[in-house]
Design a binder for this molecule. Structure first.
Ligand code: DGL
Length: 262
């Protein structure tokens, strides 16, 4: 099992921001990435739909021999990981919005979180805010339209700038000093968001923390691959492979987006 790949899935290309961190920290591990872009956005779906989709994605990754699955999607993590852990034998890593560090370090005692509707209305997010953000106001904003725009290849477009301004300006008016990116698609927008929020607002995502957690769990389960062997990196998508290919090209490692019927 040590030599088996790590599986990662997301509702599309967003989880590639998590892939990048995992790949840096675990260079000896093979990775199979599944972009379920056909079903994006997950954020508007019901909990039951998100669980069903997550089961399907997990079954696919298991059929590819994965030893662990990283649910590189906040919406699926907050809604489906509990179910997955109860029904499968392998370890699951979930992503979680970085509310804790944001609340801990906030001077204004007001922090913003930009995430999908599915994440913001989840129990897990509610519990996280209750537990770690006592005495801090958490301004929640649904990033309506952002995932769809990224998935349709309009990451850098005037429409994207307008949409980001529309979502973020109201949070700035409330004096946030930390902005949590609670969706794995959003780190692709960090430079554009920086332009809007300026230097006074720290932007937090959870990519590094997830990679560290993946390493810890692989270690505990004696699944860490310590040898430099035959490393495979495979990227599957069930929709437009061009959007994914453009991002993979930026990694500059000659990766190919493979279109599958799934
Ligand atoms: N990357 C997913 C997340 O982190 C996007 C969810 C969606 O498809 O709406 O939530």
């Amino acid at each position: 099992m040590r030599y088996s790949p790590i599986g990662i899935f997301d509702s599309g290309v967003g989880g590639l921001t998590i892939y990048e961190e995992i790949h840096k920290l675990l260079p000896n591990d093979s990775i199979i990435y599944l972009a379920d872009s056909k079903n994006a956005p997950y954020g508007d779906k019901t909990k039951k739909e998100i669980i069903d989709i997550s089961v399907k994605n997990t079954d696919f990754l298991l059929s590819q021999g994965c030893k662990l699955v990283v649910v590189a999607c906040n919406t699926a993590s907050t809604n489906a990981v509990k179910y997955l852990r109860e029904h499968y034998d392998i370890p699951f890593i979930r992503v979680q919005p970085a509310i804790k560090p944001a609340a801990l370090n906030s001077k204004t005692k007001v922090v913003g979180i930009l995430a999908t509707k599915g994440t913001l209305k989840s129990e897990l997010l509610f519990e996280t805010s209750q537990r770690f953000a006592q005495g801090v106001e958490v301004i929640e904003q649904v990033g309506e339209g952002l995932v769809t725009m990224i998935e349709s290849g309009k990451m850098h477009s005037p429409e994207m700038t307008d949409l980001l301004n529309k979502h973020i300006k109201p949070m700035l008016d409330k004096n946030i000093d930390h902005l949590v990116l609670g969706c794995t698609h959003y780190p692709f927008l960090t430079d554009q968001i920086k332009e809007i929020v300026g230097k006074g607002v720290a932007i937090l995502d959870s990519g590094e923390a997830i990679a560290r957690q993946t390493k810890v769990i692989l270690g505990e389960e004696e699944l860490l691959n310590l040898e430099q062997g035959d490393i495979r990196r495979i990227f599957y998508t069930n929709k437009d492979s061009q959007v994914m290919q453009k991002i993979l090209d930026e990694f500059d490692e000659g990766f190919e987006a493979i279109k599958i019927n799934f």
